[in-house]
Design a protein around this ligand. Structure first.
Ligand code: PRT
Ligand code: ZN
Length: 299
């Protein structure tokens, strides 16, 4: 395998980011075959190979230039960055793109029935977390001294086991907190998946593919929400109808054979088109309204 021309991308092996990360690369056109050990995938139509690892190892692999790119949550990126700095190591991996999945937040959660009046309520308390560096920074920023209890998992049961007073953990729906008789008191970091890249300059071939991948990912992310909308509009109400089209730039206006008072309007809407929008368009005189999914888009 040629290290100078083939991109190596680190993805989470098995977890919440795995399916979305692979799906994103497939939507960018990647066809791959799995290695026998299941640890690698080899791109068949792009010079790109995937290495499957634990998400926590991804920033290190990119920092050490074992992988050129990695897809990982901002929570892990930020915790690693601070951990490197605490060890006197300069974090060199660079975040190049935010992705539209893996959304969650790192929050302070408090047992039901216990009050929380802001960071000051944490003073002198024990807080269980798997994110000691992000939590430590938050406490320092608010000038609060507290005991950070670093756990490797099952943080949500720490208060019940008497190991901590509060927790600081990732939340998405909030149902884990509810099930553990905790309530979300304060968010300290908003997170989502992101792409990080190696600090080391790469060959021109690789740089070219990183650029192309970036454009394709942009296209894929835009397409998810985008719709192509076609309708007939009375000329007299065109301005009003254009205003109702969500997230469109210049629409195409086409004359209709044999009808001088009406035109056809075609537009890409970069936001979801809801029934309410269609009803609004109809009320403004539009007819023959068609909404189609967009398959691919390149800006
Ligand atoms: O084995 P490996 O180390 O690779 O996996 P992991 O167990 O560390 O990570 P995994 O697969 O759980 O999560 C990977 C990434 O997904 C995280 O680093 C986040 O960036 C992102 N993510 C998004 C989440 C969540 N949502 C999430 N809800 N990661 C974890 N959770 C957990 C949370 O810790 C809590 O236990 O889900 C529970 C809360 O969920 P709700 O929906 O009940 O609020
Ligand atoms: Zn992990």
């Amino acid at each position: 395998m040629d290290k100078t021309t083939r991109l190596k991308v680190a993805l989470q092996k098995s977890g919440r980011l795995t399916d979305n990360s692979l799906d994103l690369l497939v939507r960018c056109g990647l066809k791959y075959s799995r290695g026998k050990d299941q640890l690698m995938c080899y791109g068949e139509n792009m010079p790109l190979d995937i290495l499957f690892v634990r998400d926590d190892d991804i920033p290190d692999l990119v920092q050490q230039d074992v992988c050129d790119l990695g897809i990982v949550g901002l929570n892990v990126i930020e915790e690693k960055r601070l951990a490197f700095e605490a060890r006197g190591v300069t974090p060199l991996f660079e975040q190049i793109m935010l992705l539209d999945f893996g959304k969650c937040r790192l929050s302070i959660a408090v047992p039901d029935g216990v009050r929380y009046d802001g960071p000051q309520s944490l003073r002198g308390k024990r807080i269980a977390t798997t994110y000691p560096h992000i939590l430590g920074r938050f406490l320092r920023q608010h000038d609060v001294e507290a005991e950070v209890v670093t756990l490797s998992g099952a943080v949500e049961i720490a208060p019940r086991l008497g190991r901590a007073d509060f927790i600081c953990d990732l939340v998405s729906t909030g149902s884990t907190l509810v099930a553990n008789h905790l309530w979300e008191a304060q968010t300290i970091l908003e997170s989502q998946a992101a792409i990080i890249r190696t600090p080391v300059p790469v060959s021109t071939e690789k740089q070219d593919w990183i650029h192309r991948l970036g454009l394709r990912i942009d296209g894929v992310q835009q397409v998810k929400e985008s719709k192509y909308i076609m309708l007939h509009a009375p000329r007299a109400r065109l301005a009003e109808i254009r205003k109702l089209l969500p997230g469109t730039e210049a629409p195409t206006i086409v004359p209709l054979e044999g009808a001088n008072d009406k035109v056809a309007v075609h537009a890409v809407c970069r936001e979801n088109v809801f029934w309410e929008t269609l009803e609004g368009l109809k009320a403004a005189g539009a007819s023959s309204i068609l909404v189609l999914p967009v398959e691919k888009m390149l800006a």
